[in-house]
Design a protein around this ligand. Structure first.
Ligand code: RIB
Length: 317
């Protein structure tokens, strides 16, 4: 397991403005929140940081503004040791921002204003192709134009690069554009929005994954929060349980899962083992506030992994 995976994230970068509140205001009402946090976020950026903290070499392909947030975002990537040669600062558009509201149970509601992320066009990916051709994995999400996602998936398949898509935030999508993917990784609400099948139980998740596979997706990993993840592909379906956690903020847990999963798989772990490990990495991220700042470094993760073995067995699969 010594190979250092080389991972590219073609995706979003946002600034997260997180308010912790016990309740939400009604229309016209002003209430007090309990705490505020400003941090670097964006699903793409979070996945890149998770992959980097887990030990991968990471290339980020993204667009930010020239406002206060743009240069700070680039500097943040640099501090992690992420290749920023394909992160361009674009004039006259804001950096992506995400007002986030976290309730007392650690659950979040997020509004993303995409700003510069919308300027990550297929031409931007084309310009990055010489570097992209050198990676083992490309990771994508839906906070950039969908035509860029489709273009990049085709590019990856053409060049034998494995690809992972996190369809977040959920949007109507032509499934045929996703047929070349290696892994499609939605959470329950994204899976429901895309398949039309509500996902409340493990049985629902299986039905939903079955439909997605029948529509032409190769492998589905449906993340189920505190219930772990369901792996579904041509070998069948397997439920991989999560680890119990003292959760304070779930924001970015899905990103932690995807970034770390790509690394574990790239290092040579089996799919099941990579998911078990990613479940723990994501779970640990929910014990701190914010997104990137709650992600564990690899040595911290390995200590937790060692302490928690043997892993729980599946109850419902
Ligand atoms: O998945 C969490 C992320 O969603 C946040 O960092 C926010 O920026 C939005 O993209």
């Amino acid at each position: 397991m010594s190979k250092t995976p080389r991972i590219a994230v073609v995706g979003s970068a946002n600034i997260d403005l997180t308010t912790f509140t016990r309740e939400f205001p009604k229309s016209g009402e002003t209430i007090f929140g309990q705490k505020f946090d400003l941090g670097f976020g964006g699903k793409g950026a979070n996945q890149a940081v998770a992959a980097r903290l887990c030990g991968a070499d990471v290339l980020m392909v993204a667009r930010v503004g020239t406002d206060l947030f743009g240069p700070a975002t680039v500097e943040n990537f640099r501090r992690f040791g992420i290749d920023v040669s394909q992160v361009q600062q674009v004039e006259a558009v804001s950096t992506g921002v995400a007002p986030i509201f976290v309730d007392g149970s650690g659950n979040n509601r997020i509004i993303v204003v995409k700003g510069a992320n919308d300027l990550l066009t297929p031409a931007a990916v084309e310009a990055a192709e010489p570097l992209l051709k050198t990676v083992d994995w490309i990771v994508l999400q839906f906070e950039i134009p969908l035509e860029t996602v489709a273009y990049t998936i085709r590019f990856a398949r053409k060049h034998g690069i494995r690809s992972i898509l996190n369809p977040a935030p959920a949007q109507p999508v032509e499934i045929k554009n996703l047929a070349d993917l290696d892994y499609f990784v939605p959470n329950e609400s994204e899976a429901e929005a895309i398949s039309g099948i509500p996902v409340r139980t493990l049985e629902d998740a299986k039905r939903c994954a079955h439909k997605l596979l029948a529509q032409g997706i190769r492998s589905v990993i449906l993340t189920l929060g505190a219930n772990g993840a369901l792996l579904a592909g041509n070998q069948g379906m397997e439920h991989v349980p999560a680890f119990p956690m003292k959760t304070v903020d779930t924001t970015g847990a899905g990103d932690a899962f995807i970034g770390s999963f790509a690394v574990f798989l790239g290092e040579g772990f089996s799919e099941r083992e990579a998911i078990r490990r990613a479940n723990l990495y994501a779970g640990l991220s929910t014990t701190g506030i914010g997104t990137q700042k709650s992600f564990y470094k690899r040595d911290q993760f390995e200590a937790e992994w060692k302490a928690r073995e043997p892993a729980p067995t599946s109850a419902g699969s």
